[in-house]
Design a protein around this ligand. Structure first.
Ligand code: SR1
Ligand code: MG
Length: 395
């Protein structure tokens, strides 16, 4: 039966799993075990032995950073399923899953060392430029492997079945990203005084709420492919040019632009917090989109799904270009949602600590709110990446 692990019980648990223990080598009492929990939801341990290291991630029955908020343990299963469903397509851009324990809601996986969380690397100004090309490739490969265009519909049907139970985490997304920031809500931290009128205006903005409604519908009904579901800069680790995507527990079938939009939203927020890095962020956004589209175009040349099965190469190309435009429109909208929720919602971001003064921070947040609203309102007018860069004022 389930119990919450600590360093001592994890040591014992590992000794009872010989294949995992053998990856560590040496004597169990000599293993170094450290808790390195960083995200909002789970506990994470790094275990080091003479022959290797392991990363052990366990779901808690509540939100780690808000213990009064209960959360089903089952979410760990969806992360394991996501890793298994995408591993072959994205390897080596994700850690290897070695073992999933169904009773302990525990994932044991490859330890990424000396990797660092991308958000922290960006804040320290220490991320090797070009990482976004790897993320674009990752998104193209993961969604291609799970889309109706590339796979017989039975594959998509099975994925819908396997991931439709991930309702607790989808509920978090629906509330925290797609709803709460746009209404007064006890989960939203109190906004700083200087931003109160901006927040009130946003929460009274009826045209904005209509546009958010379109995105709510897209998120819940456009089941285009299997999404990571929480692809922010805290869900990515890197060391030099080795870039890995982690934390797929929010996985769900959804619109491809959701993964793209969350990623770009976090880059854009970083540029709001650190305006002197705008050119760098603009280059990363361009690298992401060109790598995503190039990889997706190349992969989709081969077809394989029931969708577009009748079309010749020329027609597939035309269909694909329209599909990419529609993904870009979704991307713009979800990018705007992410910028807003990370600025005034429950889960805000450390990037704003880069602002040297409180006044700079207010300005940065205001810019994020204004940019986010513009992106949401104008998402449907977007035709190419330059339009998105213009909405981001990154031209
Ligand atoms: C209660 S969980 C809050 C946020 O943390 C996760 O990483 C997701 O981004 C979620 O929205
Ligand atoms: Mg996470």
């Amino acid at each position: 039966p389930y119990f919450t692990l600590d360093t001592s019980s994890l040591r014992h648990w590992l000794t009872e799993h010989a294949d995992l223990a053998s990856r560590l080598g040496g004597n169990p009492e000599d293993w170094m075990i450290r808790e390195v929990s960083d995200g909002n939801l789970n506990t994470v341990f790094i275990v080091a032995g003479p022959d290797g290291q392991l990363c052990c991630k366990q779901a808690l029955p509540h939100v780690r950073v808000a213990p009064e908020w209960p959360m089903p343990l089952q979410r760990a299963l969806y992360e394991a399923r996501y890793m298994r469903a995408t591993a072959d397509a994205v390897r080596p851009a994700a850690p290897e899953l070695y073992f999933y324990d169904e009773e302990m809601f525990l994932l044991v996986m490859e330890c990424l060392t000396p990797h660092e969380v991308l958000r922290s690397a960006l804040i320290r100004d220490d991320a090797q430029p070009g990482f976004s090309a790897s993320i674009g490739q990752y998104v193209a490969r993961s969604v291609h492997a799970t889309s109706w265009i590339s796979r017989p519909f039975e594959v998509g049907s099975k994925l819908l079945e396997e991931f439709s139970g991930n309702t607790a985490l989808t509920r978090i997304t629906v509330d925290l990203i797609l709803t709460d920031p746009f209404r007064p809500c006890s989960r939203n931290p109190e906004a700083e005084a200087a931003l109160l009128s901006d927040v009130t205006a946003l929460q009274d903005n009826k045209p904005l709420h209509r546009a958010v409604g379109v995105l709510q519908d897209r998120f819940l009904t456009a089941r285009q492919a299997l999404l990571h579901g929480d692809l922010h800069t805290g869900s990515i680790m890197l060391h030099r040019d080795d870039v890995r995507v982690i934390d797929g527990e929010f996985a769900t079938m959804g619109p491809i632009g959701f993964d793209c939009g969350l990623y770009l939203g976090n880059l854009a927020l970083h540029a709001c917090a650190a305006p002197h890095k705008q050119d760098f962020i603009r280059t990363e956004i361009i690298a992401f989109w060109s790598s995503f589209t190039n990889e997706f175009r190349a992969l989709l040349k081969t077809g394989g799904g029931d969708v577009w099965a009748l079309s010749d190469e020329t027609q597939r190309e035309e269909l694909l270009e329209n599909f990419l435009t529609s993904i870009l429109q979704d991307t713009a909208g979800f990018c705007g949602l992410e910028m807003i929720r990370r600025t005034i919602g429950f889960a805000q971001v450390a990037d704003y600590t880069l602002c040297p003064t409180p006044e700079n921070r207010t300005q940065a947040r205001r810019k994020a709110l204004q940019t986010g609203q513009r992106l949401i309102l104008d998402a449907s007018t977007v035709q190419n990446l330059s339009d998105v860069l213009a909405l981001l004022t990154l031209v």
